[in-house]
Write a protein that binds this ligand. Structure first.
Ligand code: SF4
Length: 389
């Protein structure tokens, strides 16, 4: 059971919807920022008073806050301050708490960055995606390489000492050379954290329709795997620690907030479509909010919460989550901890799957630790299918 809490605040607004994006984000004009933030504050109030049944006494010491989206930097900084002030007033905040905001290079400037720093935000996540203007255009991003480099420089000048950037690979028309040039560019500016995500085509996106019509040609699987594996090599060689399938950091700069998700620690999500997890009841409980911005605001106004679903985990579901979240981390899962938690030896539960995956060089064992091999990391979806089918 967690003794601390992570808070996620969702700001679901973007200037334009990217054609590959299936996040809960909306290109509204004008952005109803004032009303939305009033709902965020009201939802926080409910959580703090624990007056609704769903939030069920989460721990009240916060050690991570993550303001994500959407594009949090698209709204006025005064609203970001309002949220942080509310959190400061209402919770015990650990002195070394990690406070992150996501920024889009096309929706931030040096003044906003300075304000964020003054508000006590100590970590930035910059949605760079690529350092190649052709690739950025294909992705439908509204920023270019120069904007991204400038945002990074402005962030350093504003005093940020913990900066993460996101990069994408497996994009139409992106060659291995183009990808590795972007990785080298990222390494050269030395952010503390680098995430690399392979493009996946999600239903209900513009890319999905284009692919169905044959208008979207992706790199083949071999190139996709080569892109992933070559990036791992380059990043490790440059001193980055590979700690999760898609995430790399300089020593001690892992994303503490995201580690909470992967380690099964408590977090509360506030805002439209935000998800929460509380570990205390039996095998844990997940709940999530109404996704539509206007329905979310309406529910908060009328009931103080905007929950649209809840799941009490069964033991079987909790086992799956333990495996899934554990194997995503490069350090793997501890079979002893699995046995203590579920009163069941891991090798008994998966007596056929584990030897098969080992034989195929997809997982490896080292004492009590079971982890993905290099090949397993690249083919993680196939590994999870073996565990859960
Ligand atoms: S900026 Fe991010 S959240 Fe917004 S549409 Fe693009 S990918 Fe989605």
């Amino acid at each position: 059971m967690s003794t601390t809490l992570g808070i996620y605040i969702h700001i679901p607004f973007c200037k334009r919807k990217c054609p590959y994006c299936d996040f809960n984000s909306f290109a509204l004009n004008p952005i109803p920022e004032k009303d939305y933030i009033r709902s965020i504050i009201n939802e926080l109030e409910s959580v703090i008073k624990k007056e609704d049944s769903i939030h069920c006494k989460p721990p009240d010491t916060i050690d991570t806050i993550y303001i994500g989206g959407g594009t949090p930097s698209a709204i006025s900084p005064k609203y970001i301050k309002e949220i942080l002030d509310k959190l400061h007033k209402s919770f015990k905040l650990k002195s070394e708490a990690e406070i992150t905001i996501e920024v889009n290079p096309a929706a931030v400037d040096k003044d906003k960055l300075k304000e964020y720093k003054n508000f006590g935000i100590n970590r930035l996540s910059i949605g760079v995606q690529s350092f190649d203007n052709k690739v950025l255009k294909i992705l439908g991003r509204i920023h270019n390489t120069e904007d991204a480099v400038k945002t990074y420089g402005d962030a350093r000048n504003a005093g940020f000492e913990n900066i993460g950037i996101d990069l994408m690979f497996g994009i139409p028309e992106q060659t291995l050379d183009m990808w590795l040039t972007a990785v080298e560019m990222a390494i050269s500016i030395k952010p503390e954290h680098i995430s690399i995500y392979g493009l996946t085509i999600e239903q209900d996106t513009e890319f999905y329709c284009m692919q169905k019509k044959g208008n979207l040609i992706l790199p083949d699987e071999e190139t996709y795997i080569l892109m992933y594996e070559s990036a791992i090599q380059r990043l490790k060689h440059a001193g980055y620690i590979h700690y999760e399938i898609s995430n790399f950091s300089l020593p001690d700069y892992e994303s503490k907030h995201n580690l909470r998700y992967w380690q099964g620690l408590d977090y509360i999500g506030i805002g439209a479509g935000a998800h929460s997890y509380i570990s205390s009841e039996t095998w844990g409980k997940r709940f999530w909010n109404e996704e539509d911005v206007f329905k979310y605001m309406d529910k908060i106004e009328r009931h103080g919460n905007a929950a649209s679903g809840m799941e009490i985990l069964t033991k079987e579901k909790a086992i799956r989550e333990f495996i899934f979240l554990g194997l995503r981390q490069v350090n793997g899962i501890n079979a002893k901890r699995f046995c203590e938690r579920f009163n069941l030896p891991l090798t008994d539960k998966y007596f056929e799957v584990i030897p098969d995956l080992k034989k195929n060089n997809l997982i490896e064992a080292d004492g009590d630790i079971i982890r993905l091999t290099q090949r397993g990391l690249a083919l993680s979806d196939a590994v999870f299918t073996e565990f859960f089918d």
